[in-house]
Write a protein that binds this ligand. Sequence first.
Ligand SMILES: Nc1ncnc2c1ncn2[C@@H]1O[C@H](COP(=O)(O)OP(=O)(O)OP(=O)(O)O)[C@@H](O)[C@H]1O
Ligand SMILES: [Mg+2]
Length: 364
Amino acid sequence: MRTMRIKTVRLKNFRNYGEQTVEFSNGLNVLSGKNASGKTNLLEAVYLAGVGRSPRTSKEKELIKYNEDCASVKITVEKKYRSHSVELYFDKSGKKSVKIDGIPVQKMGELLGVLNVVFFSPDELKFIKDTPDVRRRFMDISLSQQKKDYFYALQRYTKALKQRNNLLKQNSPAALEDLLDVWDVQLANEGAKIVLERNRFIEELAAPAKAAHLAVSGVNELLELSYETDVEGVSYEEIRVCLIKKLSAAREKDIRLQFTSVGPHRDDIAIFLNGADARRFSSQGQQRTAALSVKLSELKLFLRETGETPVLLLDDVLSELDETRQNLLIKEASFAQVILTCTSFPVNSPRNLFIVENGTVLKM
Ligand SMILES: Nc1ncnc2c1ncn2[C@@H]1O[C@H](COP(=O)(O)OP(=O)(O)OP(=O)(O)O)[C@@H](O)[C@H]1O
Ligand SMILES: [Mg+2]
């Protein structure tokens, strides 16, 4: 088994940090500190280097320390065959640049897959009852890291969707039928790739998630996941043709509504617990257990898909779980590098403990 791991994180004027270097170890790393000390900020920097965007904000200027002009994050990561460095730079004017191994990259897609991360925070524990866009984002971020082609298909799809929606908002869209035809074909071509990959992703996630849920819940509760879509078909071509038909059938309605009402941007993950729709009927405890099970399976899927475990970022989740679930999480995650934050660590003195205080990190 291969474990991707972060060796060092260097921050400069990132959020509440000045200049800070942190060296992480294999296995479990614990960041402990009071509220507002900078724990989540550090995880945010790591996530950013993995995914290319913040889990908290789309306004990158917010990442720059107050009263400073620019911020940077540099991470070195040790992988199966070699080490890599990822560097991000932001300035006040909105300029952003990314370097991999010191070489500037033009497309964000090139960043994906260099450092893979799975992020888990109390927000994610609500994933089951959240709105469908949250579950779509989960699939999109995970798949984009695992497969660059997915990321590029998603980018093209999103662009085509925007263009189609813009057309639908025009005064006389009926006069633009030819243009709509063009965008329908684009949407179907890219959309079919998205549906196909998401379908497969959820199919592969389902069995390990079911097993994890049985183990974590301690009761005989059946967790079932499936990809929820109006689009039918198994092969790329079947899905593509179906999408074309659906788009064409929805056109009149879409012109009236001024947006595109069918396609993978409307899809969801169906989640059932003992046959009942968990999105509507699950208790808070059931939701947490199911969300945790899904995340743990995501970790396994990364390993299967890329041959390496991603870095697991656990932000403040232990306090939200009871002791059985805490222990299970730590045990299940033990084969990955874990960076975990907490205000007070509930388990006996961990080996790699860092104290975070007011924007400085100290190794104990
Ligand atoms: N751009 C910025 N410049 C300076 N400080 C910032 C910036 N953005 C956020 N902060 C500060 O960072 C602190 C929050 O850090 P962070 O979210 O990492 O806290 P935390 O240690 O995770 O706390 P908690 O335990 O409450 O989750 C806040 O005090 C906030 O004001
Ligand atoms: Mg925090």
